[in-house]
Ligand binder design. Sequence first.
Ligand SMILES: [Ca+2]
Ligand SMILES: [Ca+2]
Ligand SMILES: [Ca+2]
Length: 203
Amino acid sequence: MFVGFDSDSEQFSFVSDVDITSGTQLFFTDDEWGGTNFNDANEGTMSITLSATLTAGSVVIIDGPEDSVSGASGTLAHDDTSFNMSGSGDSIYAFSGSRATPVFLGFLTTNSDTAPDTGSSIDRSSFSGTDVFAYTGPTSGEASFSDYAALIQDVENWTAQGDGSGSQSANFAPPSDFTVVPEPSSTALLGLGGLALILRRRR
Ligand SMILES: [Ca+2]
Ligand SMILES: [Ca+2]
Ligand SMILES: [Ca+2]
């Protein structure tokens, strides 16, 4: 799920609700999906091959021009030099597999481009013309990482951090890592189980 977009300095941010295993190659493109293939030669693709497991809830920031990745271990590779996020309307598709046979994981658009059939799709068309924006809703308090999906979908939980004129890249502030709280019932059961164990030992 994408959680941040900064077209002033070509950065974006995402979080996964599941662990992604080391060795997985994650691709990102601002090309448009036509339903069966990517169809715009003017757009670009980059990828990161994970050198360690990306844990659920970790917020990753990728800065293409700086070749920097934070929140995940891996090296950024550029398939071409054409990745260029537009503040006036663009999309980012995240997928594994390959460009020819993508397995879609996430999608963020300010452009009403075609959403893939799988993965999370977030339409932030209302931020078109806004160069920098991010999810600023809750990152703690939910019982599972997938419970954040509805919060991330809600446009009310996003904030514009820069407009179309000049660079507001310094304002880009994607959320910190997401955390989950253990179910109260399982905590209580654990406590009772521990108590029972102590009582048995005393007999
Ligand atoms: Ca595009
Ligand atoms: Ca573009
Ligand atoms: Ca700007």
